[in-house]
Design a protein around this ligand. Sequence first.
Ligand code: KG4
Ligand code: ZN
Length: 346
Amino acid sequence: MSTILAIETSCDETAVAIVKNRHILSSIIASQIDLHGTYGGVVPEMASRQHLQTINPCIAQAFASAKLGWDEIDGVAATVAPGLVGALMVGVTAAKTLAILYHKPFIGVHHLEGHIYATYLSDPELQPPFLCLLVSGGHTSLIYVKDCGVYEMLGSTRDDAAGEAFDKVARLLGLGYPGGPAIDRAAKMGNREAFPLPEGKVSLPEGGYHPYDSSFSGLKTAVLRLVQKLKAENQPLPINDLAASFQETVARSLVKRTITCAIDYGISTIVAAGGVAANSALRAHLQAATQEHNLKVYYPPLTLCTDNAAMIACAAADRLNRGQTSSLTLGVQSRLPITATKQLYH
Ligand code: KG4
Ligand code: ZN
């Protein structure tokens, strides 16, 4: 049993949490959405500076809300990769400093492994093997989770990540940042059959299409062309219908690939994780498809889908329970495949 203090600063949330194995004792999230909203996306330099200002109050708040002190902490963790280098540096430096000061082991965590572990917080009985559909601002992956740290990448995106596509289409429709929740809200008032949109497919050199890979650039361009056409005809933009049609196409295509992959590999449990797993259409499609094919499905509550430090702490607790810790010389990395987490630990 390990109690971990974890810090997550890979993008635009300063998050600190204290977790005992799979049980959240406190989880503080200071979002920078208002700061970046005016620019329509995350400004890396501003994110780092904001993390610096917010990190110490967040740590203090995490302790106050968990009602415990350093004596009860077994290890200090931080997201080390992937993410914005300057932003990651703030969290990692804070975590290493605290580890040295309070004589605790330091555990570096891969951000995507954190997203996978978020599901353990809401469903503590869940165990590998399972297929994780990991859909976030930077990733669209189908990961075969065989055990802690044992991952096989079965599918990915050839261009934009799912969340990135949501954010770009939202900007196109004038819905603001972050785009995913805005599109989800607008779509609830729209007709998902209003505009038939192309589901992106990835061609194989030998002919046919890749069964598990996604592509969203064609879909994004199709929405752009539609918007341009409607504007040229001086027609009012049916924003809700466009949002609903786009969201429906993404959800349908992601779920189709996930189910095909699970069936092909004989995996009976599916986990949806990452910010886009908060999407209502994606959840509805997954629910229906898994029921139809007699598969189990898990997804964390909305607050654990998007970035938080509790998921990082949960992953770190599992690592520490297995005797794995990181060197204080471990650096941050903007990119690192999830299949390479071994290099983070001694
Ligand atoms: O996992 P996350 O918080 O950060 C990354 O690791 O990237 O994911 C953020 C992404 C953003 O692109 C955001 O627009 C998207 O998740 N997102 C959603 C929803 N909530 C957040 N996308 C679709 N529907 C949502 N309800
Ligand atoms: Zn994330």
